[in-house]
Design a protein around this ligand. Structure first.
Ligand code: FAD
Length: 484
């Protein structure tokens, strides 16, 4: 029941935006004053702590949302600790009669939310949750038998058959806010210490990104003008600015997939973007992979730690710390792999095609457990996401629901020549190879005189390949064959 004398607690989580925010929208409709909060929960059991790069992003996104709410006369109050007691206390202190939030989909998060909901209801406090992160709830897309999907194409067909996603919601025009009760133990954003210091390794991230809602809108506008036209043909090219780079914004909800969907739809239909229907549909299907990843996470909650196909449990992974370290640092001797790993380290992001090449190299060429790669990406990606990261790693390893067949082993050299034909991407991230001409920059081990001319000394300025492709391929095939 709406009671204008009592506040509603609006609990922001992975929905750090004002536009198309269903929980905010519903709360505004009640005309009750809002008490906007964020809880940095590093105490509830089971929650996976964000990695370093994601923590950096979170800081920027929280600062931006705080500033946005202050402009409207409100604020974002930040708390630290287990969410259930924090919220339970705040309800008592503020006299709130309702708590609203947008849903999350990891198992531990869902369990915490369910407990909070029942505890609130037992006290006669309303608890309302909404879908602010996905085009479709994971349980709303089902096959004819009602079973969850294991394969992307039928999943996406069923999702598309549900029709256009609802139009995005605008920022509510009138919002009123409730002051934070004096007794409430909120903390300053800086107290969360989300940004690195000593050493401050985030310089490259700051140069590359502007976390927050405004940054997301800017990235989307740029993409609609420059990236969407030709997206279907160019999206696999790391040497071109051909993709949206919206993933970290989507991860914390600086923008919603519905906003992106409708903006791309309008741009393609009105001719505002020179994109074709094929470009638009390809882009939509990538948003679809994100949805599918959440579908998989919902039905396989331990996606980040457990093979979906249990026969992969028997795989004889190698424990090779030196090789893992070389991969992490971009020193494998395979330029396309190393360029990707260095892009990741410098900017917190890597192009999708290169993610596939680098991940495949770790799992197949080095025969190192995909979970070691998943953890490294978790710590270094600004878009590190419980659903997309785990689902993608399992796809590459072959252990996932809809996975690449285990015997399809990416040849890093062919991939490099195909998707970075002039070596522009490699040159950007491996300056020590920059003077090598295009065919050889993909395979410095095959160069002789050109190496001297380019100032490259293999084994000194750039490593020899840490494994030989054919031998590594045979080793992987032998290991994977045993599972069949
Ligand atoms: P665009 O091409 O512009 O696509 C638009 C949006 O669609 C993306 O922002 C993303 O939300 C979604 N999307 C695109 N491709 C995929 C995909 N293959 N799977 C799921 N969603 C997709 N993506 C993450 O968001 N977080 C991760 O932690 C993550 N880890 C990955 C790990 C590996 C090993 C691989 C191979 C892929 C991973 N991806 C992850 C998927 C994909 O690489 C990124 O979403 C994409 O590169 C983001 O760039 P973009 O925003 O420019 O994509």
């Amino acid at each position: 029941m709406s009671d204008p004398s009592r506040p509603i607690i609006l609990w922001f989580r992975e929905d750090l935006r004002l536009a198309d925010n269903p929980a905010l929208h519903a709360a505004a409709l009640t005309k009750q004053p809002l008490l906007c909060i964020f809880v940095f929960d590093d105490e509830s059991p089971g929650l996976r702590a964000p990695g370093g790069a994601a923590r950096w992003w979170l800081h920027g996104a929280l600062a931006a949302l705080k500033a946005g709410l202050r402009k409207l006369g409100g604020d974002l109050h930040i708390f630290r600790g287990a969410a259930a007691p924090v919220i339970g206390r705040l309800v008592g202190e503020s006299g709130a009669n309702a708590v609203y939030w947008n849903r999350r989909y990891d198992e531990a998060g869902r369990a915490i939310d369910a407990d909070i909901k029942s505890a609130l209801k037992a006290r006669g406090i309303a608890a309302e949750s909404f879908n602010g992160a996905l085009l479709h709830e994971p349980w709303h897309v089902a096959g004819k038998t009602g079973k969850p999907f294991q394969v992307f194409t039928p999943y996406w067909r069923a999702a598309c058959a549900k029709g256009e996603p609802a139009a995005p919601l605008t920022v509510p025009r009138t919002l009123t806010f409730h002051p934070l009760p004096k007794s409430a133990a909120s903390v300053a954003l800086a107290a969360l210490q989300l940004e690195p210091h000593k050493p401050d390794w985030a310089g490259g991230l700051r140069e590359a990104w502007a976390p927050g809602e405004a940054g997301a809108v800017e990235a989307l506008d740029l993409f609609l003008k420059k990236g969407l036209p030709g997206y279907a043909a160019n999206r696999d090219r790391p040497d071109m600015a051909s993709t949206s780079r919206l993933s970290p914004f989507l991860h914390v909800g600086n923008i919603s997939p519905r906003q992106i969907w409708h903006a791309a739809q309008t741009a393609a239909m009105t001719g505002a973007s020179k994109a074709s229907a094929a470009d638009r549909d390809k882009f939509f299907s990538e948003l679809g992979w994100r949805e599918f990843s959440y579908h998989l996470l919902f039905y396989h909650p331990d996606l980040a730690t457990k093979n979906v196909q249990s026969r992969f449990d028997a795989l004889p992974w190698r424990h090779d710390r030196k090789a893992l370290r070389a991969w992490q640092r971009g020193l494998t001797g395979y330029p396309i792999v190393d360029a990707g790993m260095r892009e990741l380290w410098a900017t917190g992001w890597m192009h999708n095609r290169v993610r596939m090449i680098a991940a495949s190299f770790l799992v197949k060429h080095l025969l190192i457990d995909w979970r070691a790669g998943e953890r490294w990406f978790w710590d270094t990606l600004v878009d590190a996401d419980a659903a997309s990261n785990a689902a993608s790693w399992q796809w590459v390893a072959g252990s996932g629901a809809d996975a690449a067949p285990y015997f399809r082993i990416f040849n890093p050299l062919l991939q490099s020549e195909t998707f970075d034909p002039d070596g522009i991407y490699i040159r950007r991230w491996i300056p020590e190879l920059a003077k090598l001409p295009a065919p050889l920059i993909h395979k410095p081990w095959a160069a002789t005189q050109d190496l001297i001319a380019a100032g490259v000394r293999l084994g000194e300025t750039y490593p020899h390949p840490i494994v030989e492709h054919d031998a590594a391929r045979q080793r992987a095939l032998a290991a994977f064959d045993r599972l069949i």
